[in-house]
Design a protein around this ligand. Structure first.
Ligand SMILES: C[S@@+](CC[C@H](N)C(=O)[O-])C[C@H]1O[C@@H](n2cnc3c(N)ncnc32)[C@H](O)[C@@H]1O
Length: 242
């Protein structure tokens, strides 16, 4: 696998993503975040790592955070700027956060970004940077796809054309198609198990304070497929250990 893997460096995909707010299965990613963030973050200064077209950064602002968004993709960031001209969005080189000061943020949020960061070494390097940027009582909230998302059918995703996903191991490329956008080309992600994330956190000196796996509820107005019994997303709340 190449080290500069980024499926979002693409203007057509950026366009499709910019139109997405919180449809279907995405609703479950964001549904519980306000409560989780309010419970764990102690202040209001935030960095949104892998902000894409700014959906997660705008979401933070609605929660009252003073947040900046950073991303590796110019295409995604230019959409973020169009949608939210007042927002602060910065281009970064592949996980290079060296322009950001240490010990600054109450919250480092990352929504789906680590699904696109290919190797153990690179994930470790970026988590080290995020750990450096948060204050000593700061929190990292990282939302990632669960390995199960690549193996089942969902309100917002299909994976039936990719049976090879079922055999994939941490670090392998897996494919998934988004049903809510016109661009039906498969998105390529990197699958990563809970055990492999634990290895990363241990290497960086991060402790899991909480882990959430939101499930759909029968009374929600979505046509859930597997969402009520299998969690498509995993949300980690992390703090510096020791
Ligand atoms: C699936 S999008 C999610 C965007 C946003 N967080 C949201 O919830 O809508 C993932 C984003 O991570 C960005 N990304 C991937 N690798 C990155 C890296 N090494 N450094 C910064 N951003 C990265 C991609 O460019 C993409 O915009």
């Amino acid at each position: 696998m190449t080290d500069d893997f980024n499926t979002y460096e693409d203007s057509k995909r950026a366009e499709a993503y910019a139109g997405l707010e919180f449809p279907g299965t995405y609703y479950l990613a964001y549904r519980d975040l306000p409560e989780i963030i309010t419970e764990h973050a102690k202040g209001k200064k935030a960095i949104d790592f892998g902000c894409g077209t700014g959906r997660s950064t705008r979401f933070l602002r609605k929660l009252g955070f003073d947040g900046i968004g950073v991303d590796i993709s110019e295409d995604m960031l230019s959409k973020a700027g169009e949608i939210d001209p007042e927002g602060q969005y910065h281009l970064v080189d592949d996980g290079d956060l060296s322009r950001e000061q240490s010990n600054t943020y109450d919250l480092a949020l990352s929504v789906f970004t680590f699904d696109n960061i290919p190797t153990f070494e690179k994930k470790v390097k970026i988590f080290r940077e995020l750990a450096r940027l948060i204050k000593s009582d700061g929190r990292i909230v990282s939302l990632v796809s669960s390995p199960e998302i690549y193996k089942h059918e969902w309100a917002s995703f299909t994976t039936k054309d990719f049976p090879e996903n079922k055999q994939a191991k941490s670090g392998d490329i897996v494919k998934i198609i988004m049903k809510d956008v016109e661009d039906k080309r498969p998105v390529e992600d990197i699958i990563w198990s809970h055990e492999s994330y634990q290895d990363i956190y241990a290497e960086v000196g991060l402790q899991i304070l909480a882990k959430y796996e939101p499930l759909g509820k029968e009374d929600e107005s979505y046509d859930w497929l597997n969402e009520t019994t299998i969690a498509p997303w995993v949300i980690y709340v992390l703090e510096q250990s020791g």
